[in-house]
Design a protein around this ligand. Structure first.
Ligand SMILES: [Mg+2]
Length: 305
């Protein structure tokens, strides 16, 4: 039976056809499997350059007209407030524990933070974004020593205006005492008012009690001057209670509600600051991944469609 079927011409054709089909499948098989084999390692590089959390923030600082307009507006407001403050002898920017007694008769001064208040360090942030790295005190000091920070739009005009009105300009910065000479040179390069007779650049740890919390330095200025305005880009430039939880920070903000835009003027800074560390409780030892997770968890998203 088997032999007879094999000899039938139709069966011969069927055998040939089956063989050809089998050979075709075999020939196609490696090609069909190839994409699956190539995709298997999964380490497929994402299209385009690496992602970095600073990208949009530093792009906004360096390239947007919106950022420049915002800092110019802050300094235009500061100029108006300066004239108001000079005309009102009871005006002081400081809280009673920092400025008290007969301050009305003291000569006037203003206090400004340095980084992202008068000097623009977005070059350092851009370097971090491009090099896919983050803040490090060694690279930061190297940047400071390069003296390449730029003037924040509006800051030069404001500080010069204040000096022209006989107002002493103090810079209260958390740059270190070792970084002060380069900071001074960077400020001098653009013509920021600097006093030759007294130290008006008050850096961190220059005196034992000058910690990163700035109230002791404000009180130091207030011994000899009526402080008209305080300008900064970080909550810590105004209050020492800046490292609390987000709820605590909001509470402190509310306590000083009447001061914002009057004697306290905040500059925008989307690239760093205590706003960024509050979600991870200012624990800078955490990994970048853990920090990012805490920041994502802090967001209040729309539930979605
Ligand atoms: Mg600053």
């Amino acid at each position: 039976m088997r032999a007879r079927i094999a000899r039938h011409p139709l069966v011969s054709w069927l055998v040939v056809l089956t063989l050809f089909t089998a050979m075709g499948c075999a020939a196609q098989a490696p090609a069909a499997k190839a994409p699956a084999t190539a995709a298997a390692p999964v380490a497929v590089a994402p299209a385009g350059p690496p992602q970095h959390d600073l990208l949009d923030a530093v792009l906004w600082m360096q390239k947007s007209v919106e950022y420049k307009a915002a800092t110019m507006a802050a300094y235009a407001l500061a100029t108006l407030r300066l004239d108001q403050a000079l005309a009102d002898p009871n005006w002081t920017a400081l809280v009673p524990k920092e400025q008290s007694g007969n301050y009305q008769s003291l000569p006037p001064a203003v206090i400004l933070d340095v980084d992202e208040t008068v000097l623009d360090n977005s070059g350092y942030q851009a370097w971090n974004a491009i090099k896919d790295t983050t803040f490090d005190s060694k690279t930061w000091t190297a940047y400071v020593n390069s003296e390449t920070s730029l003037p924040i739009p509006g800051s030069l005009e404001f500080t010069r205006y204040a000096a022209s009105k006989g107002v002493k300009v103090f810079y209260v910065s958390n740059r270190t005492a070792q970084e002060e000479p380069a900071t001074r040179k960077n400020l001098e390069k653009y013509g920021y008012p600097l006093d030759g007779a007294i130290d008006t650049v008050l850096t961190s740890r220059e005196k034992p009690d000058w910690t990163s919390a700035k109230s002791t330095r404000r009180a130091y200025v207030a011994k000899d001057y009526r402080v008209l305005l305080n300008l900064g880009d970080n909550f810590g430039d105004f209050v020492d209670e800046y490292r609390g939880t987000e709820a605590q920070r909001l509470d402190v903000l509310e306590q000083h509600k009447a001061r914002w835009g009057r004697e306290w003027i905040m500059l925008p800074n989307p690239t760093y600051g205590s706003f960024e560390s509050a979600p991870y409780k200012h624990d800078f030892k955490l990994s970048e991944a853990d920090k990012r997770k805490a920041k994502r968890d802090a967001l209040q998203p729309w539930p979605g469609p």
